[in-house]
Design a protein around this ligand. Structure first.
Ligand code: NAP
Length: 254
């Protein structure tokens, strides 16, 4: 049993759908005050409404500095500060290098990597005031551990998040703030379903547990990293992938 995080102020970016929504719901179920952030306000409002009175919606693009500052100000005003930032928003268009427009590279890096930097920077002043400041990044196995055609930009962004974390967590440590990353494998979300049935079926077959993850699998890992019990863990990664990175060959899965 983890010490309660009831009443803590949490920002979850990319929380109108998918993994972010799952993280936000897990925190809201524990009595946290959750700011549900996405670019599309209507979607964020629907998601927040499903989570009860402790959650409210905010529209911000994590790739935009002014909007990240407005997001942090909204959490401080509505919830009296910021204790936990879950920097989860990310995009993953799938395009091989020879067909990739340079603007797509900028979009992916701007959202997934620069978006982490801007979100952390915007929340830092409030996180410093917390007695248990936490930053939890949603990275991926893709990039830090594995590769997949069409995701060179995505893999670079997800590996970059860990490089950012390993220095940022040292800077944040002097303020008592920890920073860790969850690396999901393949988790059923609106975004992943967009990749098609063939992708989902073959991916499930490549996973030792023989199924894709659900968003709560990531939410509970984030909840642990946000807990008092994880007080002494910083700059680390937790892979949540059903064992996907482990098989050395197809034979290993038989
Ligand atoms: P998703 O279902 O496509 O949902 C993405 C969420 O992020 C939506 O709420 C979207 O809302 C928001 N978003 C996108 N761009 C944004 C921006 N610039 N600023 C603010 N919000 C933004 O995605 P997902 O599958 O849940 O993935 C979420 C995170 O998990 C990503 O970082 C992804 O890389 C990571 N991940 C996912 C998987 C997986 O299997 N699903 C595996 C490994 C890692 P708006 O469009 O309205 O902004």
């Amino acid at each position: 049993m983890l010490t309660s995080i009831s009443g803590r102020s949490v920002i979850v970016t990319g929380a109108s759908k998918g993994i972010g929504k799952g993280i936000a719901r897990v925190f809201a179920d524990q009595g946290a005050k959750v700011l549900v952030v996405a670019r599309t306000l209507a979607d964020a409002e629907i998601a927040a409404a499903e989570m009860g009175s402790g959650a409210s919606a905010f529209s911000a693009d994590v790739g935009d500095w002014d909007q990240c500052q407005a997001m942090a100000a909204a959490a401080a005003e509505r919830h009296g500060g910021i204790d936990i930032l879950c920097a989860n928003a990310g995009v993953y268009p799938q395009t091989n290098i020879d067909e990739m427009d340079p603007s797509e590279w900028d979009l992916v890096l701007g959202t997934n990597l620069k978006g982490n930097f801007l979100s952390v920077k915007a929340c830092l002043a409030e996180l410093k005031k917390s007695d248990q400041g936490r930053v939890i990044l949603t990275s991926s196995i893709t990039g830090p551990v594995t590769g997949f055609p069409g995701w060179s930009h995505y893999g670079a962004s997800k590996s970059g998040q860990l490089g950012f974390m390993r220095t940022a967590c040292i800077e944040l440590a002097k303020h008592g703030i920890t920073m860790n990353a969850v690396l999901p494998g393949n988790v059923v979300t609106e975004g992943l379903e967009g990749l098609g049935d063939d992708y989902l079926r073959t991916m499930a077959a490549s996973i030792p547990l023989k199924k894709l993850g659900v968003v709560e699998d990531i939410g509970f890992a984030a909840l642990f990293l946000a807990s008092r019990e994880a007080n002494y863990i910083t700059g680390q990664t937790i892979i949540v992938d059903g064992g996907q990175i482990l098989p050395e060959s197809l034979e290993a899965l038989e």
